[in-house]
Design a protein around this ligand. Sequence first.
Ligand SMILES: [Zn+2]
Length: 352
Amino acid sequence: MGKALRPYTTYSTLLIAFMVAVSAVAAAYSGEISLREVASELNAEIRYDPFLELGRIQHAGYAVRFAVGSDEMRTDDGTVISVTPPRSNDGSVYIDKSTAEQLKAIWRPTATDRDEPFVSAVVIDPGHGGRDPGTIGRHVIDGEQLVLREKDIVLDVSLHLRDLLRESFDDRRVILTREDDRYLPLDARTDMANDLPLGENEYVVYVSVHANASLNTRATGFEAWFIPPEQRRTLIDPEDLDADRRRIHAILNSMREEEVSVHSAMLGNEILSGLEQTVGELSPNRGLKQENWAVVRNALMPSVLVELGFVTNANEAQLLADSEYLHKLAEGLYTGIRQFIDLLESPDSDGT
Ligand SMILES: [Zn+2]
């Protein structure tokens, strides 16, 4: 035979490559989309074990678990979503377009126009994280070293606060900007809140959680900060207005500035009184203050920055090292946020 025989394996490799190409094209035509593509659109993290054919998509403190071939996906708070079973192909997972829309809806409050004010999402932002420990308190108490890092304290409190809020809300999204020890730039934190689409009369509330430090080691107590009312910001994008309203953009924008400022002060006051109820006997209320902190400036909604206490004070540091005390702080924040929402949504209130 003059003809060289190609090894059989070359044919089979080519055949497999061809079949993969065909199935990718078929997927594209059958209304399927790769899960990876959906995750990247959501800016979500995806973990997939191709051996077990199980995985999770995670974003903004929320995770959804899926299994290839299963018609159910589960969120980490136990909600079951009925879906068309995901299919795996060559190590990738494909879902149909309607499942993709269901997934996207999980990270999006229902933007529907309402007659009454409605808070559709609460964004909790535990400050710092990862390579940024925040402020650090070092003490020696009874011969023992006590080292407190702000990033750990605020994460613990925020996780507990998230659980309390989720227990009491079934119609509002509760979003954490981080749910583990990771670094996040300031913009990424506020973008999570600013990017949530809102209908008429719908609100998002933003609470950034921090712990304090002072050169004066006697300083103790909790406080809340909001943006000074005179701070000028663009809260309404002229591009979002029709031509008629665009002409009065400056007026509409300053009305919104006024409203956001009043709501932020209300939110701060309610949070302080919530904290006073749960830890007031142990830590003083330092009051509501104004400062142009980046996170409250960049959050285009009612927002406050809460300082839970001073890691630099030996007594308060011992409180902040106690998980029971951190739970009390979370309960105080919860009570304040809940009270603010009730005020904002009460029908006899004009929202101010
Ligand atoms: Zn901080």
